[in-house]
Design a protein around this ligand. Structure first.
Ligand code: SD4
Length: 320
């Protein structure tokens, strides 16, 4: 007998949600397909400049991508971190999962991997991302992600010299995630065969230090799925998210019988206990098709849900 499919998507991405819903409901395809299709749409649409090419340049003005997909049936994971010059982050992640014994491939070599199996290498810079970067340079590279170092006086912006006299200390409890810097697409889905999967795709934090890889490449941080229980995905300050694995924690709490909303609230609270200025959110879905979300440090957290009751992508909002 067929299960009623469900999909939850972070932030206000109704098109991506609708795409996943069509894949799951009309086409009766897999949760993995729904995740790949919806994340791919956002990568191509450059959703809010925070997914895909041409957004959130790093200190050198380059855009690099993090993505992860997890199959709750096989517990297999594929991820890319700091992927350069390839637009299709989630699809490359899926290839890592399905066509290799590895789980995470990074950087320039991940681009080589992708190009070997047919993905096109091209710059991820656009005029817009160059302009964003130039403006940041002109503003003395503020904000930046260095701490406990002094700027190298011979350069207008980094690289920086190590120093004990911190003149430009950025405290880690000062969130660097602002309203335009936190919109990773995260997708959790249940398909008609009862299979559960999760995935995320992002270009990471704006002005990140080149080489930085975020939570969206890390299993249990950006996303997690266990077909016996459910799935979760996270968005927000990835450098904090990857210290607490809120997606993994949410799934483990649901395993103990905690409802999705309460599970995500506990996972968010764990981060906030140590980092009171944490900004971000977690979504969760259990095997019964129940879902929930929690957030912190934002005005509110919009997310989209599609199931047989909503009939199409419908917006929900939780206060933070
Ligand atoms: C990161 N979590 O790289 C990502 C950024 C983001 O919604 O936008 N999350 O830290």
């Amino acid at each position: 007998s067929e299960i009623n499919p469900v999909v939850i998507v972070t932030w206000d991405y109704p098109n991506a949600t609708q795409k996943a819903w069509k894949t799951l409901y009309a086409e009766k395809r897999s949760a993995l397909d729904a995740i790949e299709e919806s994340c791919t749409l956002c990568e191509q649409m450059q959703c809010r400049g925070t997914v895909g090419f041409g957004g959130n340049p790093d200190e050198n003005g380059e855009t690099t991508l993090d993505a992860l997909i997890m199959d709750g049936v096989t517990m297999d994971v594929g991820a890319v971190g700091g992927l350069r010059n390839i637009k299709d982050a989630i699809s490359v992640a899926r290839k890592v999962m399905e066509n290799t014994k590895h789980s995470l491939i990074g950087g320039e070599l991940a681009a080589d991997f992708a190009s070997q199996i047919g993905f096109k290498k091209e710059t991820l810079q656009t005029q817009k991302s160059r302009d964003i970067w130039q403006k940041w340079k002109n503003n003395n590279c503020q904000p930046n992600f260095w701490e406990n170092v002094s700027p190298n006086p011979s350069l207008s912006c980094g690289p920086y010299k190590s120093s004990n006299q911190a003149s430009s200390k950025v405290k880690r409890d000062t969130s660097l995630v602002d309203e335009n810097n936190h919109d990773t697409i995260g997708v959790v889905a249940l398909d008609v065969q009862g299979r559960i999967a999760a995935g995320v795709s992002t270009n990471g934090q704006k002005y990140k230090i080149p080489g930085r890889i975020g939570d969206s490449a890390v299993t249990g941080a950006g996303a997690y799925a266990d077909g016996e229980v459910g799935a979760a995905a996270a968005t927000g300050d990835g450098d904090i998210i990857m210290r607490f694995l809120p997606s993994y924690l949410s799934v483990e709490l649901m395993r103990l019988g905690v409802a999705p909303t309460a599970a995500t609230e506990t996972a968010v609270r764990r981060m906030v206990k140590y980092y009171p200025k944490f900004r971000g959110a977690v979504i969760a879905l259990n095997k019964a098709g129940e879902y929930g979300a929690a957030c912190h440090g934002l005005d509110s957290f919009p997310h989209y849900i599609a199931n047989v009751n909503t009939g199409e992508a419908k917006e929900f909002k939780v206060p933070c």
